[in-house]
Design a protein around this ligand. Structure first.
Ligand code: COI
Length: 383
């Protein structure tokens, strides 16, 4: 199990855990009697959109305050039987994760830094007063589900099997307290690029009216509530002709925090790179930490600090800021081509993909898709 307080940056822990036991064999296979035919499946994964198609099965583990974690199983994918009084429907006690399984040229299937996701899932659980799922179960559920639905891992360029672990309060009880009955599930979805237009620069609306999180809040946890809070500002972004929203810190309203579901990086013309520090209200992205490592390896100064909106605007206007990009598991590395707010509308990198953004994207995806060596031991063999 990941040690308490383990961080996605804890690489020593990550590398030494690749050989650890998982509970994959403890997942009972209760297989679907009506799986999609090979023909139907192949048609579904031929040109996958993001998060619209799901595999034939899901993995599941249930928890009770009295019995702890148990009943590990892989069962047919399908609607959940949920009591209308289930606490998650009322108080939002829920967390999730996102990672991917990649098919390499030799047909083998791998995932990327899953122990980092397991550690973050445990951190999120603590913040939402949910039980911590042992990392061996987190990994075990992935191994068990991917083994059963292996044929759903797509092989075309820029495609993968997106893995969505989540946990929620399933106890039927309307009192406001941590639930005594909880379910953990893992579902899987063959995906292509997160943005419908493929990999191309996106436009960002900087929200100056709404915050995603505040000091002492749940911003560092990957919980549904943070994403719910981002939806109205996201709508505002659409109304302003932008594709994504960027949030500022709640305390001063002057510093960049993160996008609705991605971390953000600023590349300066002198070569150094900045990204908002992990202040407690920002998600500690696995892709974020990997990019910091990769950029530092190529000799760049990467500063995790305060990224002030005023400085960014001035830098874009003066040309001292060369590129801005967003990153996350789903969106990988996504160039930002335009940054707008109530008093400004600025083009970034002439609206194109800058060279630093393109290079770090290639470096990362080359590792993930097995086209380059993996010097950090980030890849985890699934099948
Ligand atoms: C991810 O990058 O995996 C995310 O969770 C972002 C978003 C799809 C919610």
């Amino acid at each position: 199990m990941a040690p308490r307080g383990a961080s996605v940056r804890d690489e020593g822990n990550e590398m030494s855990t690749t050989a650890r036991e998982t509970t994959a064999d403890a997942f009972e296979r209760r297989l679907s009697t009506t799986p999609r035919s090979a023909q139907e499946r192949d048609a579904l994964i031929a040109q996958p959109a993001f998060g619209t198609v799901f595999t034939d099965h899901m993995a599941r583990v249930s928890w009770s305050a009295d019995g702890g974690w148990g009943d590990r199983r892989v069962e047919p994918y399908g609607p959940l039987l949920l009591d209308p009084a289930a606490a998650v429907l009322h108080y939002g006690q829920e967390i999730f994760e996102g990672l991917k399984a990649y098919k390499h040229a030799d047909g083998s299937v791998w995932t990327f830094r899953p122990w980092a996701n397991a550690a973050r899932f445990a951190q999120s659980a603590r913040r939402l007063a949910l039980p911590e799922l042992p990392a061996e179960d987190f990994l075990g559920s992935i191994e068990a589900l991917v083994a059963v639905d292996l044929d759903w891992v797509p092989g075309a360029d820029e495609t993968s099997l997106y893995l969505r672990p989540f946990m929620f309060a399933s106890e039927a009880f309307l009192g406001v307290r941590p639930a005594r009955g909880v379910d953990y599930l893992l579902i899987a979805s063959p995906v292509g690029p997160y943005f419908a237009g493929g990999v191309k620069p996106v436009s960002i609306w900087v929200s100056q009216d709404y915050n995603r999180s505040g000091p002492g809040g749940t911003g560092a946890a990957k919980c549904g509530g943070n994403y719910a809070a981002s939806l109205l500002p996201q709508q505002e972004a659409y109304a302003r002709g932008c594709e994504q929203v960027c949030f500022l810190d709640a305390a001063t309203g002057t510093q960049l925090e993160e996008l609705g579901g991605m971390n953000v990086f600023v590349v300066h013309a002198d070569g150094h790179v900045e990204t908002p520090a992990l202040t407690g209200s920002i998600l500690e992205g696995v892709t974020r930490s990997s990019i910091i490592t990769l950029l530092r390896e190529e000799g760049r100064d990467v500063v995790e600090g305060t990224v002030r909106l005023d400085d960014l605007r001035a830098g874009l206007s003066a040309g001292s800021v060369a590129e801005v990009f967003a990153c996350g598991t789903a969106a990988v590395v996504t160039p930002i081509g335009r940054l707008a707010g109530t008093e400004f509308d600025l083009t970034v990198a002439d609206g194109a993909t800058g060279p630093v953004t393109a290079a770090v994207r290639s470096r990362l995806t080359d590792i993930q898709y097995g086209r380059a060596d993996d010097p950090h031991g980030w890849m985890y063999h699934l099948a």
